[in-house]
Write a protein that binds this ligand. Structure first.
Ligand SMILES: C[S@@+](CC[C@H](N)C(=O)[O-])C[C@H]1O[C@@H](n2cnc3c(N)ncnc32)[C@H](O)[C@@H]1O
Length: 243
């Protein structure tokens, strides 16, 4: 079975399509190859695909297991991705200042000790005119998901939680205003904000598996709502491009 036909790949495509589309102007700007740093890049779900586009990609992540999986994934796809063990707090020592044209920070701000300090460090790692691709979990959608699953106390606890890393699996969640405020505080200028996974997590997997064309139609719908402000609070994640 081709990878793109596997159920997990179909759902993954629906979950990430909006991110890839909004990254296109940054990764496909005619100035290829660029130096792309994926901080907290984990097992390389994004990094390896960016390397396949022809860019020079490095991943800094504290997890040796994730870096080993990244290495395997890169070798399987026949691309080079430089994995280095490190933490956003020591990123400048690992990479040096002004060393990246593009920084991906996807699913990481939720778990770092100090999100404002992390963004300030990333800004120093970026070259002048460089771009940050930031993907964060969005709080309002998480409240709805918890309530729909019957976890009412968790939903209530999440409602106004702006504080540190929550006990539990996922960590912090952000609202649109919180994330844009953090970016402004670190000196970034917003380029775009997209809502990601407005519907993709709500649709039963069996529907994508059984109904021909459903994944494509869902992706079209995700694209259509991703820039509509009224749908942003329902998005499981926010994707922000900033300079
Ligand atoms: C939810 S995963 C996201 C992985 C990848 N960026 C993606 O989008 O698929 C979070 C990643 O952040 C890494 N991480 C955790 N704490 C970190 C820190 N302080 N600095 C950098 N990365 C960190 C974890 O090891 C993990 O690989």
């Amino acid at each position: 079975m081709p990878a793109s036909d596997r159920p997990s790949e179909r759902r993954g495509a629906a979950r990430t399509a909006v991110v890839w589309e909004s990254l296109r102007p940054v990764l496909d700007d005619g100035q290829s190859p660029r130096d792309v740093l994926d901080i907290g890049g984990g097992t390389g779900g994004f990094a390896v695909r960016v390397a396949e586009l022809g860019h020079r990609v490095s991943v800094v992540d504290p997890s040796p297991d994730a870096l080993a999986a990244l290495d395997r994934r890169a070798r399987e796809q026949g691309v080079a991705v430089a994995g280095q063990q490190g933490d956003v707090s020591d990123l400048l020592e690992v990479t040096g200042p002004a060393s990246a044209d593009v920084v991906l920070c996807h699913g990481v701000l939720e778990v770092v000790e100090d999100p404002a300090a992390a963004l300030a460090t990333i800004r120093e790692v970026l070259r002048p005119g460089g771009s940050l691709s930031l993907l964060v979990a969005q709080r309002h959608a998480a409240v709805i998901a918890r309530a729909m699953a019957g976890h009412f106390q968790q939903a209530l606890a999440l409602l106004d939680s702006t504080g540190g890393v929550l006990s539990g699996r996922v960590g912090r969640r952000f609202t649109h205003d919180e994330v844009t405020g953090l970016l402004a505080g670190a000196g970034f200028e917003l380029a775009s904000v997209h809502g990601v996974r407005v519907f993709a997590d709500l649709v039963p997997g069996s529907l994508l598996d059984l109904e021909p064309g459903a994944t494509g139609a869902l992706i079209d719908l995700e694209h259509a709502v991703s820039t509509r402000p009224e749908y942003l609070p329902l998005a499981a994640q926010l994707h922000v491009l900033a300079r």
